[in-house]
Design a protein around this ligand. Structure first.
Ligand code: AMP
Length: 281
């Protein structure tokens, strides 16, 4: 079983042994309720690093007041068994007070990229993500940190954050791990009822269509309309956004440049909001 670390000094005592002999520490931050997508990140870290540390922390600062913080799925026992199977060395499971003691007031301001796409629908979300991840990096002192490209906006924001703030951590992006019907694995998939779960496969249908056919479209708005039309074939789907952006920094693109554009979407099924994206190449 991975060693369970509850406090910041637990983590520092644990990592000091690796630091002493210059070993590479790979880190995977998560909010738990782990699925195979989460485990892919650790498997990659296992190949590339001497020590693999996960964190499990449902970060209250990245949830809006009307979001699902209190009902976010939790399964610590199952998580530890899964982490054991992939050879995790340690898992940091702090409580809210450890991460945000009384009087905590410093936040990372990530600028405009935090206000578009998911940041528009979830004000303050990426500020909360960047703040907790920078704290976790300072606590763990990892060399490499692994993030899923399903959350591509998060990945891009964190890459920028370590560059801007000179944080000596290499951010590594891992491809989206999918169910058989293409639905991106997500802890939130557990909220979907049977009908919603079946309907949710339409996300990947729409993204795949766009990837295969984008070269036949004159402009990006026509492609977006077609992607939306495919989503709307499922009555249960309610589109939050569908956009095409530059895949490197999420800036606006005028034309559909091969290999440089990403199609991103957020779609609600009942109360569950799912996100996904695909690079157009
Ligand atoms: P979360 O617990 O949802 O905050 O996710 C923790 C990490 O796992 C983030 O870097 C996510 O992008 C990544 N992740 C979540 N789902 C997947 C997936 N289906 N494939 C690859 N990475 C994922």
């Amino acid at each position: 079983m991975p060693k369970i670390l509850r406090t910041i000094s637990d983590v520092r005592d644990f990592t000091s042994l690796y630091n002493l002999v210059n070993r590479r520490i790979g880190f995977v931050p998560t909010m738990g309720a782990l699925h195979e997508g989460h485990l892919e990140l650790g498997k990659r870290a296992r190949k590339e690093c001497d020590c693999v540390i996960y964190s499990i922390f449902v970060n209250p600062k990245q949830f809006g007041p009307s979001e699902d913080l209190n009902r976010y799925p939790r399964d610590l026992k199952g998580d530890l068994e899964k982490l054991d199977m992939i050879g995790t060395d340690a898992v940091f499971i702090p409580d809210d007070k450890t991460m945000y003691p009384e009087g905590f007031s410093t936040y990372i301001d990530i600028g405009k990229t935090g206000t578009i796409l998911c940041g528009k629908s979830r004000p303050g979300h990426f500020r909360g993500v960047a703040t907790v991840v920078s704290k976790l990096f300072n606590i763990v002192g990892c060399d490499q940190a692994y993030f899923g490209k399903k959350d591509i906006q998060q990945f891009i924001i964190l890459k920028k954050m370590v560059k801007d703030m000179n944080i000596p951590v290499e951010i590594i992006g891992v491809e989206t791990f999918r169910e058989k019907d293409g639905l991106a694995m997500s802890s939130r998939n557990a909220y979907l009822n049977k009908k919603e779960r079946t309907a949710a496969a339409v996300l990947f249908k729409s993204l795949s269509y766009a990837k295969e056919n984008f070269q036949n479209f004159e402009n990006k708005n026509d492609l977006i309309s077609k992607a939306a039309e495919i989503i709307s074939m499922e009555k249960l789907a309610v589109i939050d956004y569908i956009e095409v952006r530059d895949y490197r920094d999420l800036s606006e693109v005028k034309t559909l440049k091969k290999g440089k554009s990403v199609l991103l979407m957020a779609v609600k099924f009942g109360n569950t909001r799912l996100i996904d994206n695909i690079i157009l190449n």
